[in-house]
Design a protein around this ligand. Structure first.
Ligand code: FDP
Length: 297
């Protein structure tokens, strides 16, 4: 399970910093949501991974950088939208965010989210440096998942100054009933294709795929099952970014009693030195993730 003591930070100070980060994410989410109309258009830039940014990506990143970067206890801020981590203070903790995960879903007005990771180390950090992680889902309801101190909680964000706990000690249901797999099917490896076909054969399971990783992961946290964005023939490291996506999602799922994998080992054990490095991602109920690893071995 994904729990750890603090590396460098004094634990009382670090816990206060994490509280502040969570408060700021909850307070900024309604502003991000309010800023989305009118920003469903492409920005002029590409992000460090070479993808075209939406105006909303840039807007959310600027807002989060200003708010999170201004917090006592936060020393570095990095996001999927900027090339380098930036020094924002003297604190021991670093915050990495995907400001708007799934932003290609803005055009058809489907789910997007904000992912955050708090590391007790400079960036790029390791999965084992995580001390908290979570995400906001801009769905019909604005919800926030937070994993910290060995538990996962869900909050409903009502406005800039209020968020309420609605579920505590979240664990994955024992019987996973949904699955979703990203990437173009013809681009999957043969072993992964065979695994996916086997998962689909079970009549108790339903396909749930929305094209926004964070929405698809939240399906798994809610109903149990498996979600993958696998290695592709054209992209052996998959699509998702380690610091901003695969580490925090692995941490959340493992804290909730599930498993995470890059196909061989826990996502938290994947070691990459580049801030924008990618990794295949598989998360869900432990039995399914173990079957996946066996299928890819
Ligand atoms: P997006 O490009 O819309 O931001 O990593 C980002 C992500 O979305 C994930 O949320 C999603 O699962 C994946 O990319 C979708 O990728 P495809 O372009 O391969 O469909």
């Amino acid at each position: 399970m994904a729990t750890k003591d603090f590396n460098t930070a004094d634990s009382a100070t670090a816990i206060q910093t994490i509280d502040r980060v969570v408060d700021v994410i909850a307070a900024t989410a309604p502003e991000i949501r309010a800023g989305l109309p009118g920003r469903r258009i492409k920005a002029e830039e590409t992000n460090p991974s070479g993808e075209t940014q939406m105006a909303a990506d840039v807007f959310a990143d600027d807002l989060l950088c200003k708010r999170l970067g201004g917090l006592d206890g936060v020393g570095e801020y990095a996001s999927e939208e900027r090339p380098e981590a930036i020094d924002v203070g003297t604190g021991d903790l670093s915050v990495a965010v995907d400001p708007l995960d799934g932003s290609s879903n803005l055009k058809p007005n489907n789910t997007v989210g904000t992912i955050f990771a708090v590391y007790d180390a400079p960036l790029p950090a390791r999965g084992t440096d995580l001390v908290a992680a979570g995400y906001v889902l801009y769905g019909p309801i604005m919800t926030m998942i937070v994993a910290r101190g060995g538990t996962v909680s869900e909050y409903v964000i009502t406005d800039e100054s209020n968020y309420e706990l609605v579920r505590d000690d979240i664990t994955l249901p024992d019987e996973g009933t949904v699955y979703g797999f990203g990437g173009r099917v013809p681009d999957w490896t043969d072993d992964f294709t065979q695994f996916a076909r086997d998962v689909e054969k079970d009549p108790s399971r339903k396909l749930r795929y929305g094209g926004s990783m964070i929405g698809d992961v939240n399906q798994i946290l809610t109903y149990g099952g498996i979600f993958s964005y696998p290695a592709l023939e054209s992209a052996p490291e998959g699509k998702l970014r380690v610091q901003f996506e695969t580490y925090p999602i692995g941490y959340i799922l493992e804290t909730a009693g599930g498993s995470s994998s890059n196909g061989e080992k826990s996502l938290l054990a994947v070691a990459k030195d580049d801030l924008h490095a990618r990794s295949p991602l598989h998360i869900g109920n432990s039995d399914l993730v173990a079957e996946l690893e066996a299928a890819l071995a």
